[in-house]
Write a new protein. Structure first.
Length: 469
């Protein structure tokens, strides 16, 4: 069975609320279905930090996001391919999306001489005087931050060169290499290689970078198409059997059974036929560049479209403007992903522009720093009293569980949450775990934060179904 037999995305309901482009949809992958709008948990290095895969199922996580740059630098895509792809390697039996590697390569190099092809990075560590109790400080310099900064050497039309943070070797990302890496990783959805445009660059640089992203998209599409023709494994279907017995044996251990799709075992999850490519809209904070990019990317007819280069330092208004500008160009029949956005107010506003999926490290990273999501249910005066279903407007705030006020607080972590953590543990206990750096603290906080965001998206889907978003 090839992807031609599967409807990758379908719109189930379009909100009738005036001015809203919000919609309910369903993305169908070889590893399951995704109800949209949906949130993609950060599984950067092939793991959602501190959680077993079984806990993701328990939480209700529909899909996770893995990072190509990190998996290339360690353990290397060859070992992942040998294991049968990232699903088998990490025992993640759920849909996965991989990024192109572009965001880390471009944005995590600390300082850049924009407009030049030769770039360098400076790793700036926090001074002791800054302290670690400040939330914003801890967010920026969390332990997972230091291993994410490649030393960028050169950007050219061909691609990007940078030094590995592990051994200093020079690595190269080109559009072709990015697709090759992602095919070996084997996620269900992959991103075209793009240049993430930082905030504050000149119009000229943004224009050059956007045009480069467009050229790279064409190269990604061409490489993917050629690899499907040249690689016999890409012809896998229900009648096709892989002849290489050793490879077949490796693939059979996958044995992912999906009763909804009737897909089992011995197709190669690394083949392009089962991976769906998204083109990425860029353009920076410039309206004309954003619109031109949206027109070009949508015209390339990739199975999905992503909006990139947002949440990179701009204001919330600027971020909303960037999404609003491209909204009229977004395809009605294909899924739309917004890269790197995870604040609750942003999600609620931007889903109205037709965004179907979001990803962000925020829920999990904040959890590891002791920042806990807390539901505050407030009656929504805009809803008629006779309306059925959930007539409460969700409001999420954050609490810093490390604060001393929680030392003796024996109330539930969140009185309005029914997750395992809130049913069994108190604020005092979680405070105690974090203060003593017990590893269980990270598991409990991450579990809770992801549970809250899944409930939030469930609420969003309900509100769309009732034409309230």
């Amino acid at each position: 069975m090839t992807n031609k037999n599967l409807k990758f995305f379908k719109v189930l309901y379009q909100s009738k609320k005036r001015g809203s482009r919000a919609r309910l949809g369903e993305i169908v992958t070889a590893h399951g279905k995704i109800k949209t709008p949906a949130f993609m948990a950060a599984g950067t290095k092939g793991t959602v930090k501190s959680l077993l895969p079984s806990l993701l199922k328990e939480i209700g996580t529909q899909v996770a996001f893995v990072n190509t740059y990190h998996l290339v630098t360690h353990p290397g895509v060859e070992v992942i391919e040998k294991a049968g792809g990232i699903h088998r390697y990490a025992n993640l039996d759920l849909p996965l999306m991989s990024d192109s590697g572009g965001f880390q390569v471009f944005s995590l190099a600390k300082s850049k001489n924009f407009g030049s092809k030769f770039l360098s990075s400076v790793n700036s560590l926090p001074s002791k005087s800054e302290g670690s109790s400040n939330i914003h400080f801890r967010k920026k310099f969390s332990p997972s931050f230091f291993d994410q900064k490649p030393a960028l050497i050169k950007i050219s039309d061909d691609g990007v060169k940078f030094r590995s943070v592990f051994d200093g070797t020079v690595l190269e990302f080109t559009p072709e290499k990015s697709i090759e890496y992602q095919q070996k990783i084997g996620a269900d959805i992959m991103m075209a290689f793009d240049e993430c445009i930082p905030y504050g660059v000149s119009y000229r640089y943004a224009k050059e970078a956007t045009e480069r992203t467009h050229r790279w998209l064409r190269r990604c599409i061409d490489y993917k198409n050629k690899s499907e023709i040249l690689n016999p494994k890409s012809q896998t279907n229900s009648k096709f059997k892989i002849q290489n017995s050793k490879l077949t044996q490796n693939l059979k251990v996958l044995n992912f059974k999906n009763p909804n799709l009737n897909i089992v075992s011995d197709f190669d999850i690394r083949t392009s036929n089962f991976q769906h490519l998204y083109g990425v809209i860029q353009g920076g904070v410039f309206e004309d560049l954003r619109k031109k990019s949206a027109e070009f990317v949508v015209s390339q007819n990739t199975p999905g479209v992503a909006i990139g280069g947002v949440s990179v330092g701009e204001s919330k208004k600027e971020m909303r403007d960037q999404v609003a500008w491209v909204s009229p160009f977004l395809p009605k029949e294909r899924p739309v992903h917004l890269l790197g956005v995870g604040e609750f107010d942003d999600i609620l506003d931007l889903v109205r522009y037709g965004v179907d999926t979001f990803d962000c490290v925020e829920p999990t990273r904040l959890a590891r720093m002791g920042i806990i999501y807390k539901n505050e249910k407030i009656k929504n005066k805009n809803l008629p009293s006779e309306s059925e279903g959930n007539n409460e407007k969700l409001k999420i705030k954050k609490i810093d569980i490390l604060k001393g006020i929680y030392r003796n607080n024996l109330s539930k972590v969140d009185e309005n949450c029914d997750c395992y953590v809130c049913q069994h543990f108190t604020k005092s206990y979680l405070h105690h775990l974090f203060k003593n750096r017990e590893l269980l603290a990270y598991t409990l906080a991450t579990y809770h934060n992801l549970f809250v965001i899944e409930k939030f998206f469930s609420w969003i889907r309900e509100m769309i179904a009732r034409d309230l978003i």
